[in-house]
Design a protein around this ligand. Structure first.
Ligand code: 5AD
Ligand code: SF4
Length: 473
C-alpha cells in the first residue's frame, strides 16, 4: 500500500503489474505537450495524481511514461517517513539530468513534501520549478504558465473546503476493473507520530452525490470495484445543504453499494476509534461491501498508544477486534504497525507482537518509527530507541506477521471464493490474478471465455503468506 522506494527500471507496463504502482501513463496523443507523473506514498496520493492528470488534460497536456519526451515532469511526494523523502530527493537528481539534456522541461514537486517544505524546496533543489501542495492542484495551469516564463510557481495553501468533487479523475494506466474514489481529505486526528495533519490540512468530506455519481460512471465504463479513500473514512460526514439530511460513512457505504450488486465496494483507512457497528452491519449485510477492514493498531501497548495519542488502549482495540469477528466471522483485518516508538521498552514491544497473534491480521504494513519534524512526538518526546533496536523489533514484527499470514491463508485451502479477475498474473500470462472479498490475491489458470472484470468461483489449492493459488470451479 505504501510506496517508499520505486525505481525507474520498475516502470510498469500497466499500473496493475506493480505491487504498489508508481507511474501513471497512457499513450500520449500526437503533438502537444506531454507530462510525466510519478507517485509515492499512500493510495490517496495515487488518487490525487489522477486528479492532477485530469486537470492537465484539460489544459492540453497528454500523459507519457517516457521521461525524455516529457515537457513537464511531476513527482507526487510523501513525507510520512524520512525514507520516503530521501527517495524523492534521489528521483529529483535524475530529473535534473533529464532537464539538463532538454532545457525548458519543467520539474514540479506535488503533495505532502511540497506542503511540508514549501518554498524551502526552491532553495534546496535549485532545479525545481513548481511546488504545489495537495489542495492547490486547480492552480496548476497558472503555475505552469508562470514556470514557462522562467519564474517559480508555488502554491501551498491548504483549504478547508477543497475536495475536487467536480473533477473526474483521469484513470491513467488503470486495469479498467478497480478504481479509487477519494471521499475525505485531510485529517483531524493528532496522532503524535504523524505529519499528515500538517501536510494535508483539516478533514473535509466530499459531497455524497458526487461520490455516488463517480461510482455509477465507473460501473458504466466496466469497472467492477471501487475503493473509497480517506485518511480516516469512518469520520466521513456530509450534510445535504438542501434537505439538511446527514450522511454518515455507513450511509455512504450503502449508497455506493446500491449502485450495482456487481460493483464491489472497499474502503481505507479505518480508525479503530471511529468505526461503528453501523458500518460493521453494512459490511455484514451487503454482499458487495467487501469483508476486509484495514484497522491500524500502531502499537499493542496501552502506554505507547497513549503517547501516540491514538485515543484507545489495548483492551479497547481487542474489544473492537472481537466485535468485528463476532458480527462478521469471515472478515479479514489488516494493520499498520510502528516499531520502536519513543521510550518503547522490550516488554511493550512484546505487547505489539501478541496483538498480531490476537487480531489474526491477514497482513500488516510495518515500519520502524521515523521522527518527523513538527509533529507532536518530535516536540514532546525523545526519539531514544537506537536504530539497531528499532530494526530488530521491526524484523520480529515482520517475521511474526508473515507466520500469521501464512497460517491465515492456509486455512483457506479447500475453500471456494468468488474472485474478481483483475488481469494476468505477474509471473505468467497463462494465469489470471484476482482478489476475493477478504482482499486476498488468488492466482489461477485462465479458462477460455473469461476476462478481467468477470466474477468467477475459484477453489484454493495452495497458500503462501502472500498469495493463494487455485483453480476455477
Ligand atoms: N514513522 C513511522 N511510521 C509512520 N507512520 C506514520 N507516521 C510514521 C512515522 N513517523 C505509519 C503509520 C501509519 C502509516 C500510514 O504509516 O503506521 O498508519
Ligand atoms: Fe504520505 Fe501521508 Fe501524505 Fe499519504 S498523506 S502521501 S502517507 S504523508
Amino acid at each position: 500500500m505504501y510506496n517508499d522506494n520505486p525505481t525507474l527500471k520498475d516502470l510498469p507496463k500497466k499500473i496493475d503489474e506493480t505491487k504498489q504502482g508508481e507511474v501513471y501513463f497512457t499513450e500520449g496523443t500526437k503533438g502537444g505537450k506531454k507530462f510525466y507523473i510519478e507517485s509515492y506514498g499512500c493510495q490517496m496520493n495515487f488518487s490525487d495524481s489522477e486528479i492532477v492528470a485530469s486537470i492537465l488534460a484539460e489544459t492540453g497536456y497528454s500523459p507519457t511514461r517516457n521521461l525524455e519526451e516529457s515537457d513537464l515532469i511531476l513527482i507526487n511526494t510523501c513525507s510520512i517517513r524520512e525514507k520516503a523523502e530521501d527517495t524523492v530527493r534521489k528521483r529529483l537528481r535524475i530529473f535534473d539530468k533529464v532537464k539538463t539534456k532538454k532545457p525548458g522541461t519543467i520539474v514540479g514537486v506535488l503533495g505532502c513534501m511540497a506542503e511540508r517544505l514549501k518554498a524551502k524546496f526552491l532553495d534546496q533543489e535549485k532545479l525545481v520549478d513548481l511546488v504545489v501542495g495537495p489542495d492547490a492542484y486547480r492552480d496548476l495551469p497558472k503555475l505552469i504558465a508562470t514556470a514557462d516564463e522562467g519564474e517559480k510557481g508555488v502554491n501551498v495553501f491548504l483549504s478547508r473546503e477543497e475536495t475536487y468533487a467536480d473533477i473526474s479523475p483521469l484513470r491513467l494506466g488503470s486495469n479498467g476493473v478497480s478504481a479509487f474514489i477519494s471521499i475525505t481529505r485531510g485529517c483531524d486526528n493528532m496522532c503524535s507520530f504523524c505529519v499528515v495533519p500538517f501536510t494535508r490540512g483539516r478533514e473535509r468530506s466530499r459531497n455524497a452525490f458526487s461520490i455516488v455519481a463517480e461510482a455509477t460512471d465507473l460501473y458504466a465504463r466496466g469497472y467492477r470495484e471501487v475503493t473509497l479513500l480517506g485518511q480516516n473514512v469512518d469520520s466521513y460526514k456530509w450534510e445535504n445543504p438542501e434537505t439538511k439530511e446527514k450522511v454518515s460513512f455507513a450511509t455512504l457505504l450503502k449508497m455506493v453499494a446500491a449502485v450495482h450488486p456487481d460493483l464491489r465496494v472497499r474502503f481505507s483507512t479505518s480508525h479503530p476509534k471511529d468505526i461503528t457497528d453501523e458500518v460493521l452491519f453494512a459490511i455484514r449485510d451487503y454482499e458487495n461491501i467487501c469483508k476486509y477492514i484495514h484497522l491500524p493498531v500502531q502499537s499493542g501497548n496501552s502506554r505507547i498508544l497513549e503517547l501516540m495519542n491514538r485515543t484507545y488502549d489495548r483492551e479497547w482495540y481487542k474489544a473492537k477486534i472481537d466485535r468485528i469477528y463476532e458480527l462478521i466471522p469471515d472478515c479479514a483485518i489488516s494493520s499498520d504497525i510502528i516499531a520502536g516508538f519513543c521510550s518503547e521498552t522490550e516488554e511493550e514491544h512484546q505487547d505489539t507482537l501478541s496483538m498480531i497473534t490476537y487480531a489474526n491480521y491477514s497482513t500488516s504494513y510495518m515500519f520502524y518509527y521515523s521522527e518527523r519534524p513538527g509533529t507532536l512526538a518530535a516536540k514532546k518526546y525523545e526519539d531514544d530507541i537506537p536504530l539497531a533496536t528499532k530494526k530488530k523489533r521491526l524484523q520480529e514484527i515482520i517475521y511474526l506477521q508473515n507466520d500469521v499470514s501464512r497460517k491465515v491463508n492456509q486455512q483457506d485451502i479447500g475453500k471456494t471464493f468468488k474472485v474478481l479477475i483483475e488481469g494476468d498474473s505477474k509471473k505468467s500470462d497463462q494465469d489470471f490474478k484476482g482478489r476475493n472479498t477478504q482482499n486476498k490475491m488468488i492466482i489461477f489458470p485462465k479458462v477460455a471465455g473469461h476476462q478481467p472484470g468477470d466474477y468467477v468461483q475459484v477453489k484454493v489449492k495452495e497458500a503462501t503468506s502472500a498469495t493463494l493459488k487455485g483453480e476455477m470451479v
